[in-house]
Design a protein around this ligand. Structure first.
Ligand code: SAM
Length: 246
């Protein structure tokens, strides 16, 4: 996969892609990440990328020309929308989910457009982007951190990025669509707080059942909305009914 990022602050990307799984994926040749300064695609001598909003109002808006020029330079004027995603980061977009990360991980190329100021000329959303994505219901100052979020969520799903193929499958939001179960490690007792005894029992079937129950309990407590669409087994449905009755 190749990922291109368009930003007026390329220096923000020094560091985040040089650690952990993303770094390893780059070193293994699973992904190439190229960060571009949007100003390089401006044509005037001041390398202008923003202008005042039509209709009045506060602040500045990112102009369409440098963004169209950059994407066309990278992809040509026509591109295959099945294999390529051009993503505009915006709080007005659809909320980014694990399912979207899984879809994006199957693409050959991603182009991420980072907005700034009051946002991006709407013609980019209407005529250039294949996706408008938001990372959550809050407003950040720019699309750079959202772009990092999307890169990290996608790259860890690329085949070979994680050590064990199944470790992405049973995480929160993955198969079944509920949260992950709680994890514990040594010491078995810390400041008088004991790890649940079942985890020390070596009884695999009981541990598996306890984990399913705890995953459901945590989802019920913190994200009950996920349970509406979750794919639960009959056993999990019964566990959930028990938990609801408690
Ligand atoms: N005026 C815009 C609005 O209210 O919808 C907010 C613009 S925001 C200050 C500047 C840029 O930050 C946006 O163009 C977008 O690229 C990015 N941004 C801010 N919050 C975001 C979010 N939750 N998800 C994705 N991108 C976001």
């Amino acid at each position: 996969m190749r990922i291109d990022i368009l930003t007026i602050f390329p220096e923000m990307f020094r560091g985040p892609f040089d650690c952990g799984i993303v770094r390893r994926a780059r070193e293994r040749g699973l992904v190439e990440i190229v960060v571009h300064n949007l100003r390089d695609f401006a044509t005037d001598k001041h390398r202008t990328v923003d202008d005042r909003p039509f209709g009045g109002g506060e602040g500045m808006v990112l102009k369409p020309e440098p963004i169209f020029r950059a994407v066309e330079h990278l992809l040509g004027e026509q591109f295959d929308r099945q294999r390529v995603a051009v993503i505009l980061l915006t709080p007005q977009g659809r909320r980014f989910t694990q399912a979207m990360a899984e879809d994006l991980a199957t693409r050959e190329r991603l182009v991420l457009i980072c907005g700034r100021y009051e946002g991006v000329d709407e013609r980019v959303a209407e005529y250039l982007a294949t996706h408008e994505l938001s990372i959550g219901d809050y407003v950040l100052t720019g699309g750079e951190v959202p772009a990092m979020v999307i890169v990290e969520a996608v790259v860890r799903l690329l085949p070979g990025a994680l050590h064990r193929a199944e470790s992405a499958r049973r995480e929160s939001f993955a198969e079944g669509g509920i949260l992950d179960y709680p994890q514990y490690t040594r010491p078995a007792e810390f400041r008088g707080l004991r790890v649940p005894e079942v985890l020390l029992s070596g009884h695999h079937a009981q541990i598996a059942r306890w984990r399913r129950r705890m995953a459901l309990a945590k989802t019920l407590r913190n994200r009950p909305d996920l349970l509406e669409k979750a794919a639960l087994s009959e056993e999990e449905r019964q566990l959930l009914e028990e938990l609801r009755g408690m």
